[in-house]
Design a binder for this molecule. Structure first.
Ligand SMILES: Cc1cc2nc3c(=O)[nH]c(=O)nc-3n(C[C@H](O)[C@H](O)[C@H](O)COP(=O)(O)OP(=O)(O)OC[C@H]3O[C@@H](n4cnc5c(N)ncnc54)[C@H](O)[C@@H]3O)c2cc1C
Length: 489
């Protein structure tokens, strides 16, 4: 008989399978000798109380062994010569998965990508990291794998009903992602492993008869006699025809959205969130979340700690987003007149810093006007204002001494946020907070007002009186509390 059992074990017993036997037997009310096999199928950390524990979900073979488990493998489908052609614009996660799905359905995907392949693309990140100069069409967002390639690779989602989540994990493992993602309650791949996974997915598409074309930017649509879509026009003047066109161009390709408006395609504004990215010493987050004194070393069995914050201010949700333990802040702009950042970490999550986005929701109704792209204009305005307000100056070393939000440099190095020419701030004082919300409410405000918001955060950063970061009053943490965060640092 095969059973599924949940047990809770101490940190020390996490890797000691023999130590799992007794609690499993107790749960099943059987003698441990009847257990012939144990397999971990889900794992999470319970850090709500001290001591921190591991929650394990196990498959248990009672009176019989467990069936062997094969690792997910990608089966290359065979495509018929007369397969219908699907043009997929964009080789990000959406484009790659759409291509694999087309192959499953017997359709031939032709993926068109404006950027370079993942290996070549890597070299194009240097100018933005070193000088803040964006290479158009080849940057943190554009190129093979889209924004996903150098992303953090956090795969956690609560939206299990919206798609086959397990199948997505299996597809990623079949293309080289670590098998742990099948078990971990908060699966994570890491920026260093993702390019390999993305390239393996492209290999699968090509081996199965699909095509992936790089440095091929779509700039227009081809119409038939009855105005039906019959393909796309590329920036080099080439035309690509097909039976269906899928636009998987992501959220950074504002030019494609404008093209869609010009082409009179139906678009709807949707809610989104804007905010800032904050950075703390990882040791601070570890000590708070895992309940130990700062300065002690984190137990080696525990990963860099995460946190999650959510609250409502004046009826509007403010929450942490895309928290990267042991990670880096990276510049994610796609144009040279803007500053926008994101966060990522390597698979081992061992940077001395933790960062997270702190965002507030913006509804389409917050933005006056009829223009369907008004949210995009607001976003652009904010990113441009960030540039004008001089976020580049954050690289200057005097800001290293900014208390609270800017962690002390570790071993004399710059913080990753400084390296990323980025923003590290939180709605620390009421002025900043209300400015933040005001902008969120009146996003159509002139550039001046938006710049005011950015300036307010900037002032908060450089103004020594703005040091009191007390998240316990500003936010009600979703899980455990992070209070009075490091007044010293
Ligand atoms: C640093 C960073 C960290 C992130 N971390 C996470 C994370 O941990 N977890 C998570 O879930 N998400 C994360 N994200 C977000 C995630 O990467 C995106 O949500 C995801 O990549 C969106 O996938 P997509 O395929 O829809 O679009 P994109 O990834 O944006 O891909 C769109 C692709 O289309 C191409 N394209 C655009 N226009 C054209 C055109 N005209 N012609 C041809 N090609 C075109 C682009 O070059 C791009 O490659 C992160 C993003 C960044 C930048």
């Amino acid at each position: 008989m095969i059973e599924t059992v949940d047990i809770v074990v101490s940190i020390e017993k996490r890797n000691d399978e023999s130590g799992w036997l007794k609690p499993v037997a107790r749960r099943l009310k059987i003698h441990p000798k009847r257990i012939h096999g144990l397999r971990l199928i889900k794992e999470s950390i319970d850090a709500r109380r001290d001591p921190v524990k591991f929650q394990l979900r196990l498959q248990v073979g009672v009176d019989e062994g467990l069936p062997s488990m094969e690792l997910p493998r990608y089966q290359v489908p065979t495509l018929r010569n007369d397969a219908k052609q699907v043009i997929i614009v964009g080789c990000g996660p959406a484009g790659l998965f759409a291509a694999l799905r087309c192959l499953e359905l017997g359709l031939k995907p032709i993926v068109l990508e404006r950027g370079k392949d993942a290996s070549a693309r890597r070299f194009d990140l240097a100018p933005i990291l070193r000088k803040g100069t964006v290479i158009k069409d080849s940057n943190y967002c554009f190129g093979e794998g889209g924004a996903g390639t150098f992303s953090d690779g956090k795969l956690y989602t609560r939206a299990t009903k919206r798609g086959p989540v397990r199948k997505v994990y299996e597809t990623l493992v079949a293309h080289g992602a670590p098998t742990e993602i099948l078990v971990d309650a908060h699966p994570h791949i890491g920026s260093n492993l993702l390019p390999k996974v993305v390239m393996a997915m492209r290999e699968s598409i090509c081996q199965s008869g699909g095509e992936v074309r790089f440095e091929t930017k779509v700039t227009g649509f081809l119409r038939g006699d009855e105005n039906q879509l019959r393909g796309v026009l590329c920036s080099d003047g080439n035309e690509v025809t097909g039976d269906v066109v899928i636009l998987a161009t992501g959220h950074s390709a504002r030019d494609v959205l404008s093209l869609m408006v010009r082409e009179k395609l139906t678009l709807e504004p949707k809610a989104f969130a804007v905010g800032v990215r904050i950075e703390h010493p990882q040791s601070l987050i570890d000590s708070v979340q895992y309940h130990y004194e700062r300065g002690k070393e984190r137990p080696r069995e525990l990963p860099a700690a995460r946190y999650q914050l959510a609250c409502e201010i004046d009826g509007r949700g403010v929450h942490s987003f895309c928290m990267c333990p042991g990670g880096f802040v990276v510049p994610a702009a796609t144009e040279n007149d803007e500053v926008v950042v994101n966060g990522m970490s390597l698979a081992r999550r061992d940077s001395p810093f933790a960062n997270t986005g702190m965002v507030v929701g913006v509804e389409p109704t917050d933005i006056p006007g009829e223009d369907v792209l008004r949210g995009i204009h607001f976003q652009k305005e904010l990113e441009r204002a960030a540039k004008i307000a001089g976020w580049r100056d954050i690289r200057r070393s005097e800001l290293v001494t900014v208390p609270s939000f800017s962690p002390q440099p570790v071993a004399g190095s710059k913080t990753s946020a400084q390296r990323a020419v980025s923003v590290l701030a939180v709605m620390s004082d009421t002025t900043t907070k209300s400015q933040f919300l005001r902008v969120a409410r009146t996003p159509s405000a002139s550039g001046k007002e938006t710049a005011g918001f950015v300036q307010a955060i900037h002032n908060a950063l450089i103004c020594p009186s703005a040091t009191a970061l007390n998240m316990s009053t500003a936010f009600r943490p979703a899980r455990s509390a992070i209070c009075g965060a490091d007044q010293k640092s």
